[in-house]
Every structure is written in structure tokens, then in C-alpha cells.
Write a protein of this length. Structure first.
Ligand SMILES: NC(=O)c1ccc[n+]([C@@H]2O[C@H](COP(=O)([O-])OP(=O)(O)OC[C@H]3O[C@@H](n4cnc5c(N)ncnc54)[C@H](OP(=O)(O)O)[C@@H]3O)[C@@H](O)[C@H]2O)c1
Length: 244
């Protein structure tokens, strides 16, 4: 796909990888950013003339329908939906400060919103004679778990099969479903943990390369090694990621 003059919806475009994707696409495309933080949304709008912002809290399933209606009222045609927003809660289930109600919020942001927006924006994605794309941002934690993020890992695993199944459902339409699997990236999500992270700028560049090439499963950087390791010696892959 030629990423010029496209209408692109991205969730979580105000920080980290999403923010970099916005920066790299905004000059030649119309970008619709969905996130909560109004200050950061305002800043984006002021800085980039091609960026439109729709505040929404994706942890609230009640926000999905009004959001998609507002997007489609202004943009009846959408070329690309990038489901990028996610959160990662780390406390263990056995920790005294574990907050039970956060389980549902994490599942909603990371997974329910991905399914719901993919469904609700199908009319806009389909209303386009050319190719359109749903790109889901995924992680190595979708196929090898780490100890401290059970719900996050499970939502990413769910996105993987959801993306594959949805791509079967849409194979006779103009909508392709792609996934980008990314390694550890230096963003607010990974602040204070992990080593040898790649920059958000570099992650965004690789994601957009895969999007242009319409790769259904785009493994970025160390994910390629992790996938081979997980096939050849899954016990080693598990050991490496367990405490990561
Ligand atoms: N960083 C990594 O190492 C890494 C590795 C593999 C995969 N990934 C994936 O890459 C994607 C981006 O991660 P990142 O590291 O760039 O994260 P990040 O810097 O923490 O940014 C998360 C984005 O999601 C938005 N968001 C969070 N909660 C939201 C909610 N309730 N409603 C709407 N928007 C919400 C945030 O905006 P507001 O706070 O304003 O709402 C922000 O724009 C995620 O899918 C993540 O799973 C990251």
C-alpha cells in the first residue's frame, strides 16, 4: 500500500510507538488519533494540520459505538485502522496491591476495543474501492508468556487468533488484516525495565515498512529469533521470557 493521501485511524497515537507512527505518516496522510489524554491530543492537533483527534477511553466498551459514529460522520472512508493502544499491568495476582477491577480494563483496551473498532469501522473500510487495512500491533508476548503480565500476554495471544480468523472472514472483501509483532521498545510502557530496547522511531519505521508491503505477520527485529527459538527449543524461549 502506498501510504499517501490515505485516511488512517490510529488508537494510542499520543505516546510511544503510536506517536512515532503519527509523526512519520502525518505529512502525506490524514490521521485520526484516538486516546484519552486531552493535553497530548491538543498538542498533536496544534502541531500537525493533518491530524484530527477523537478523545475516547477504550477501557469503556460504551465508548466504542459513539467513537466510530463520530469518526464515520467526518470520515466516511477510512483506508487504514491501526489498533495500537494497549496497557500492561504488572502486579502479580498474589500481590496485596493487585487491583481486581483493572483486569477488565486491560482486556477492554487491549482486546475488546480491537474487535469492536474492527467491526464498527468495517463500513468505512469497505466503502473504499481500493485496498484497506486493519493493522493490529502485537508482541512476542503473544506466543511466549512472561510472569509479570498475565492479562497482557493473554490479550496479545487473543489478538493473534482474532486477526487470523478475521482475515479469513474478510478474504473476499477489500479489507486485509495484518499484524506487526514488535520486540522491546523504549516507550513509557517499558519505562524502568528491560535492556537493549529499540527506539520508538525505529519500531514505527519497521511497522510502516510491513504495512506498505502488506505483510500478514510482520516479525520485527528480535521477534524473528524468538519465533525460531520457540519452534526449535520452546523450553529455552519460555525460560528467556519468563522473567523479562
Ligand atoms: N513498548 C514495547 O516494548 C512494546 C513491545 C511489544 C508490543 N508493544 C505494543 O505496542 C503498542 C504501543 O505501545 P507503547 O509502548 O507505544 O505504549 P505507550 O507509550 O504506553 O502508549 C500507549 C498509548 O495507548 C493509549 N491508551 C492507553 N490506555 C488507553 C485507553 N484507556 N483509551 C484510549 N487510549 C489509551 C495512550 O494514550 P492515553 O494515555 O492518552 O489514553 C497511549 O497513546 C501496544 O499495543 C503495545 O502492546 C509494545
Amino acid at each position: 500500500m502506498n501510504l499517501v493521501n490515505k485516511v488512517i485511524v490510529i488508537t494510542g497515537g499520543t505516546s510511544g510507538i503510536g506517536r512515532q507512527i503519527v509523526e512519520q505518516l502525518q505529512a502525506q496522510n490524514t490521521i485520526i488519533v484516538v486516546a484519552r489524554n486531552s493535553d497530548r491530543l491538543e498538542q498533536l492537533k496544534k502541531r500537525y494540520k493533518n491530524v484530527t483527534c477523537f478523545p475516547a477511553d477504550l477501557s469503556d466498551p460504551g465508548s466504542y459505538q459513539p467513537l466510530s459514529e463520530r469518526i464515520q460522520a467526518e470520515f466516511p472512508r477510512v483506508d487504514v485502522l491501526i489498533n495500537n493502544a494497549a496497557i500492561q499491568n504488572e502486579p502479580f495476582f498474589t500481590d496485596p496491591d493487585f487491583e481486581y477491577e483493572k483486569i477488565t480494563r486491560e482486556i477492554n483496551v487491549n482486546f475488546t476495543a480491537v474487535c469492536a473498532l474492527s467491526y464498527l469501522l468495517i463500513p468505512a473500510l469497505n466503502g473504499n474501492e481500493a485496498q484497506s487495512i486493519i493493522l493490529n500491533i502485537n508482541s512476542g508476548l503473544s506466543f511466549v508468556a512472561k510472569k509479570s503480565a498475565s492479562v497482557y500476554c493473554a490479550t496479545k495471544a487473543a489478538i493473534n487468533l482474532f486477526s487470523q480468523s478475521l482475515s479469513y472472514q474478510l478474504e473476499h472483501t477489500n479489507i486485509k488484516v495484518l499484524q506487526a509483532f514488535i520486540p522491546l521498545v523504549d516507550t513509557p510502557m517499558t519505562q524502568g525495565r528491560g535492556e537493549n530496547k529499540i527506539s520508538a522511531e525505529c519500531a514505527a519505521k519497521s511497522i510502516l515498512k510491513g504495512l506498505k508491503q502488506q505483510k500478514p505477520q510482520h516479525d520485527i527485529g528480535k521477534i524473528k529469533v524468538l519465533r525460531i527459538l520457540n519452534t526449535l527449543t520452546p523450553s529455552l524461549a519460555k525460560r528467556l521470557l519468563k522473567g523479562s
